[in-house]
Design a protein around this ligand. Structure first.
Ligand code: SF4
Ligand code: SF4
Ligand code: F3S
Length: 266
């Protein structure tokens, strides 16, 4: 069989915590190592590349030119636009400029995480760096939002796989998220839902209802308005998710969760 050429990937980092990369490398199906070694050619990543500094920046420029219109760009992190972009620099240049230049040459862009998708925690009011999403800066570019803080590992590798196998982006909802993974609210697939429906609520995080695993709605759970796959896919190879470990969902995949949502309500 003819060997499929590996799709070059340039993975950029803006204002963020690198939790999305940490999540990505824990993907089980497909294994992140299989994606990295047999499906894509990760040409540039601040975290995973062996090279660094000027060598790595030159390599990014080379890949951008050689594979113009063919490579996939992944963006992790929000983009500060205040102070001419100098709140985040790469190789001495504003990240926002490098990001726009790279995105222009890419076949498509993936916004990994709530930072890239919505601006993230650093965009919290009063947003001193004027941090924004990637899509706000590259209008008209084929782009997918993959929100979550971080996103579920298999959601990230799933979107990459879709692009590699079908040569196109997956079907998106009105906010630009893949329908396959963001079609349901946490509340729709929550195993505590029968308690919600029966009116059995945790009233305090250390009460008997909490120990019995009742519904966390009164603790400020954002499951009823948050779109993500945590309830059915779960985290860390299907092990658990916030609600299963006793915490209300804080809506980490929703736009503005850092400002709008109470993390805990007592
Ligand atoms: Fe970190 Fe969350 Fe931003 Fe990902 S979305 S880089 S986990 S702060
Ligand atoms: Fe809905 Fe949250 Fe209650 Fe689950 S814990 S049923 S997501 S309100
Ligand atoms: Fe985030 Fe809520 Fe899932 S906090 S990890 S969307 S359960």
């Amino acid at each position: 069989a003819e060997k499929r050429p590996l799709v070059p990937v340039i993975w950029m980092h803006g204002l963020e915590c690198t939790g999305c990369s940490e999540s990505f490398i824990r993907s089980k199906a497909p294994l992140a190592s299989d994606v990295l070694l047999t499906m894509i050619s990760l040409e540039y990543s601040d975290t995973l590349s062996a090279a660094s500094g000027a060598d790595l920046e030159h390599h990014r420029e080379k890949i951008m030119k050689e594979y113009a219109g063919k490579f996939l760009m992944v963006a992790e992190g929000g983009v500060p636009t205040g102070n001419n972009g100098y709140y985040c620099t790469v190789g001495g240049l504003p990240y926002v400029d490098i990001l726009k230049e790279t995105a222009q040459a890419a076949a498509a862009v993936l916004e990994f995480g709530s930072c890239a998708s919505w601006g993230g925690v650093q965009a919290a009011k009063p947003n001193p760096t004027q941090c924004t999403s990637v899509s706000a800066l590259v209008p008209g570019k084929p782009i997918v939002k993959v929100p979550g803080c971080p996103p579920i590992p298999e959601v990230m590798t799933g979107v990459v796989m879709h692009f590699i196998l079908f040569g196109q982006l997956p079907p998106l909802d009105s906010k630009g998220r893949p329908k396959q993974f963001f079609g349901n609210r946490i509340h729709d697939t929550c195993y505590r839902r029968p308690f919600f429906d029966s009116g059995m609520f945790v009233e305090r995080l250390d009460d008997a209802g909490s120990k019995a695993g009742w519904c966390l709605y009164k603790m400020g759970c954002r499951g009823p308005m948050t779109y993500n796959s945590c309830g059915n896919m779960r985290w860390w190879q299907g092990l658990s998710y916030p609600i299963q470990s006793g915490s209300p969902c804080i809506g980490c995949s929703s736009n503005g969760f850092w400002d709008n949502d109470p993390f805990f309500e007592r």
